[in-house]
Ligand binder design. Sequence first.
Ligand code: ADP
Length: 164
Amino acid sequence: MIALYPGSFDPLTLGHVDIVRRFSPFFSHFILLVAQSHGKDSFFSVEERKDIVNSVFKRSKNILVDSYNGLTMEYARKKKVDIILRGLRAVSDFEREVAIANVNKVLYPKIETLIASACPEYSFISSRIVKEVAFNGGDLRNLVPKPVERALVSKLKWLQGDKT
Ligand code: ADP
């Protein structure tokens, strides 16, 4: 079975990592798809996000990292994906995720969506909160994996003019 976990991952957080670690063992192929953030200005480019995710999961043989500019479901169809995996942090995510799952079910009836609930200890983490903490020089250790922390610090330094 092939699973697809799509998202902006701008940046990857411990919440995302938790979902990947809990669910990837159930699938022969687990594709983490870095999508363009529609309507959102991204902090990291798609290539940067993909590189960071790759460095976090490089030892996991069934995890593949890719990016795509078009409709996620078209990518899923082309790659013969069986399951789309999404995460649910709070009730506030519910309406949007179910609406997307329902649209996708009508357009692509053969592909199922699985909505996984976040672990309580990670349910408060979002990429947006991570960026706010990073912009204000806060401690990122309990929010993101090490490679993400390093990438955030170095990109912020670079943006602040220390382009070494
Ligand atoms: P998008 O911009 O498509 O929502 P995100 O990168 O924000 O992409 O998230 C990708 C997926 O991971 C979404 O399904 C989101 O609900 C889920 N997710 C985000 N943060 C967490 C978390 N802390 N725990 C579990 N799932 C999460």
